[in-house]
Ligand binder design. Structure first.
Ligand code: GRF
Length: 220
């Protein structure tokens, strides 16, 4: 990974979670060992019980809970969440297991500034239960995608993917473990590209090192 990034300005980010936060943990670790030039300004969860909040607190990172049950509808929730995020002035909003469908106005507000990690090779298997669906289809190859977020669920431009072979003996759980290992490598890599100014989304088109990216960057 990248080292000696101290001379480069750190990218101010906010991370949204709903659960365990294993992806968040990788970002915290790489922020702390200076291999990823980001500053996590805050971790925000829609669930008070999310273990990721504990991970953030242990690292001395500001946390907030905005409980969706306290809001009458999706619009009012997303508006409160947007205001909270804006208070930290992030250059990038990182969805790391944030299990909510977002309103178009929220997504458009963060256009070109919000990434998600999704456990499938998009456009295959948008939504939930991706591992079981891939197994049920007898797919041979599965994986993970990192994409910019647009109003279409799991439908934004895909920056990069890592591949995972499905074994005959795989269960959804065993496959999920191997996919998560790939997530933990791929997500910080893509975030580092944003931090170093190598990756941009302009008018819904991806640019990597100033060249238009016609298809996702794929690794094994
Ligand atoms: C990951 O599998 C990610 O692909 C999906 O949510 C999960 C979050 O896991 N969007 P964790 O909370 O980072 O452990």
């Amino acid at each position: 990974m990248l080292k000696n990034t101290d001379s480069h300005e750190k990218l101010n980010v906010v991370v949204l979670i709903s659960g365990n936060g294993s992806n968040l943990q990788v970002l915290i670790d790489q922020m702390l060992d200076h291999s990823l030039p980001i500053k996590i300004a805050a971790v925000i969860s829609n669930k008070a019980a999310a273990y990721g909040l504990t991970r953030a607190e242990k690292a001395g990172i500001t946390t907030a809970v905005i409980d969706n049950k306290a809001y009458a509808d999706r619009e009012s929730y997303d508006s409160a969440l947007q205001q909270k995020i804006d208070g930290f002035q992030p250059k990038l909003v990182i969805l790391a297991g944030f299990m909510r469908i977002l309103t178009p106005s929220f997504v458009n507000h963060f256009e070109g500034r919000m990434l998600n990690v999704h456990p499938s090779l998009l456009p295959n298997y948008r939504g939930l239960n991706t591992h079981q669906r891939a197994i049920d289809d007898n797919a041979e190859i599965h994986g993970v995608s990192v994409h910019y977020v647009t109003p279409e669920l799991d439908g934004g431009p895909v920056v990069a993917q890592s591949l995972v072979n499905i074994k005959e003996s795989d269960t959804a759980e065993s496959l999920a473990l191997r996919v998560q290992t790939k997530e933990h490598a791929l997500y910080p890599l893509v975030i580092s590209w944003v931090a170093l100014g190598r990756l941009q989304l302009i008018n819904n088109e991806l640019f990597f090192d100033k060249e238009k990216l016609e298809s996702p960057i794929v690794s094994g």
